[in-house]
Design a protein around this ligand. Structure first.
Ligand SMILES: *Cc1c(COP(=O)(O)O)cnc(C)c1O
Length: 356
């Protein structure tokens, strides 16, 4: 059955929290808009979708997700364009990725039409929360979790799907210092590295904290088998410019298939930049930074957008990357992406989806 937006039960806040919210000084992910979307899965079917005031959940202590982490999420952004319209960037790609994550985690995929309609309605309702400024956006967090009250390792029968929104500005304020992680692993072949599931991030906290304790923003993960190949960093895919080629690790199952990554590769190819998706060794990056063949490195993801990397930590040594000039490929690509998101340039890919 196809639901239309009018089929969503909508309960508005009596009074918006926006007037007392400081949108100038936002900490990423700590401020939430007035409303949230909720839809339960029960008795083998999706139930009535609802939008209601943002607020706490009441859960049984035995709720399955709290014990066995059967949960997946997405991260996407809405931007205000020059005409004042509020647009989503490639939401269908997030919806499709969440459906793939759901299959891997034995969860029911959320129907695409209900997901997209709920998302648009919610963003429309809370659009006034988008801060002013070049790096401002609404960060949108859809997630799905096992809601059965049951202690036992098996897929839940009931699930809850929710979407909430955070007004945000930039994620990283400065170029990144990343540490090559040559001991711990984030993902392994046959595991869940390519899935946006909660457990992946919990397992990374300890090694990341050890890196942060010695002054790095993030770890640069390497493959679990040999710690020989570079994978990704935090919630970002990574790119290196090696001998003038925009190079990123190929998607071999242990890396999250980023939508930012895909957008960058698409735009770079159209611009005529040389690109490569392949295995990248730790050795070639370490040697390449030393001898200048690696001229730039950056992380790419929805939250961080494009985050230049200035230092790669390797076995206690800080390898320094050159400062990016205003005309560097990295800034060029960032600008191309931003121009599309904000409607400065025509969207020839159908990436921008209006909420009106
Ligand atoms: C979300 C995420 C990314 C980036 O994906 P985008 O679709 O570009 O936001 C990269 N790596 C990991 C581990 C992630 O969780």
């Amino acid at each position: 059955m196809i639901r239309t937006a009018s089929a969503i039960d909508i309960q508005r806040v009596k009074r918006s929290r926006l007037p007392e919210t400081d949108l100038e000084h936002l900490k990423f992910g700590r401020v939430f808009t007035d409303h949230m979307f909720v839809m339960d899965y029960a008795d083998g079917a999706w139930q009535q979708p609802k939008i209601m005031p943002y607020g706490d959940l009441e859960l049984s202590p035995a709720t399955l997700v709290l014990h066995y982490a059967q949960t997946i999420f997405e991260g996407m952004k809405a931007y205000r364009d020059d005409q004042g319209r509020v647009n989503l960037f490639r939401p269908q790609a997030n919806i499709a990725r969440m459906a793939r994550s759901a299959v891997r985690m034995c969860m029911p995929p959320v129907p695409e039409d209900t997901f997209l309609e709920g998302l648009k309605e919610l963003v429309r309702m809370d659009a006034a929360w988008i801060p002013q400024g070049a790096d401002a956006a609404l960060y949108i967090r859809p997630f799905l979790f096992a809601s059965d009250e049951y202690i036992g390792v098996k897929p839940s029968e009931g699930y809850r799907f929710m979407i909430f929104i955070c007004p945000v500005r930039g994620y990283y304020q400065e170029p990144l210092r990343v540490k090559l992680e040559l001991e711990y692993s984030r993902a392994f072949p046959g595991g869940t590295g390519e899935v946006k599931c909660g457990g992946n991030y919990a397992g990374g906290l300890y090694p990341s904290k050890m890196g942060q304790d010695i002054g790095y923003h993030q770890n640069l993960w390497t493959d679990a088998m040999e710690h020989k190949y570079i994978e990704e960093s935090g919630t970002m895919n990574v790119f290196f410019i090696i001998d003038g080629v925009l190079t990123t690790p190929s998607l071999d199952g242990t890396i999250l298939a980023g939508i930012t990554r895909d957008s960058i590769l698409t735009l770079a190819r159209e611009k005529g930049l040389k690109t490569a998706e392949r295995k990248i060794t730790v050795d070639e990056v370490v040697t390449g930074i030393r001898n200048g063949r690696v001229s730039a490195a950056f992380g790419a993801g929805t939250a961080a957008t494009i985050a230049p990397i200035k230092v790669v930590g390797y076995k206690g040594e800080d390898l320094q990357l050159p400062d990016l000039g205003a005309d560097s490929e990295v800034n060029l690509i960032g600008k191309m992406l931003d121009d599309i998101r904000r409607g400065h340039k025509p969207d020839t890919h159908g990436w921008v989806v209006g909420t009106e």
